[in-house]
Design a protein around this ligand. Structure first.
Ligand SMILES: [Zn+2]
Length: 147
């Protein structure tokens, strides 16, 4: 191995260690597959669908089943490690950024882009149903090519 390979291998190891620490902080037992799935989500920092995550996880070896990916995403959601954005019932993406923010949704490409929470001012909410408090407001602005 030359120095570049060594530092690469070290970076990968360090990253795995970071991922397993992150999982532990969310009370998730870090198994090999969970670490892999977390790496796909957090290294890319994109909004990925379950199908895309399955594709990335199995890019080198097809070793992780769809069911494992779906179960892991469900676990990550339950532990608030990630959040799901339901663009429409056909399109659910997973967001590793759990801090409050909004999204642009390109209806042509299907891609989502973050909007900082303070870039949108929400004037007034309707009265909430009896006994409920607002848990969050998520805005999705759908965009298409002008003209
Ligand atoms: Zn986002």
């Amino acid at each position: 191995m030359d120095t570049a390979d060594v530092s690469n291998a070290l970076a990968v190891q360090e990253n795995r260690a970071n991922m397993s620490a992150l999982l532990r902080r969310h009370a998730i037992t870090p198994t090999h597959q969970r670490i892999q799935i977390a790496q796909v989500l957090f290294e890319r920092c994109e909004h990925l669908s379950a199908e895309q995550i399955i594709g990335y996880v199995n890019a080198r070896y097809a070793e992780t089943s769809k069911a494992t990916v779906y179960n892991t995403l469900k676990l990550f959601l339950g532990k608030k490690l990630i959040r799901a954005i339901i663009v429409d019932p056909e399109r659910i993406v997973y967001d590793p950024n759990i801090t409050p923010h909004h999204h642009f949704y390109d209806v042509v490409t299907g891609s989502l882009t973050d909007i900082p929470v303070d870039a949108i001012h929400i004037g007034q909410l309707p009265p909430l149903p009896e006994g409920r408090v607002a848990d969050g407001v998520d805005v999705i602005i759908r965009t298409r090519p002008a003209g």
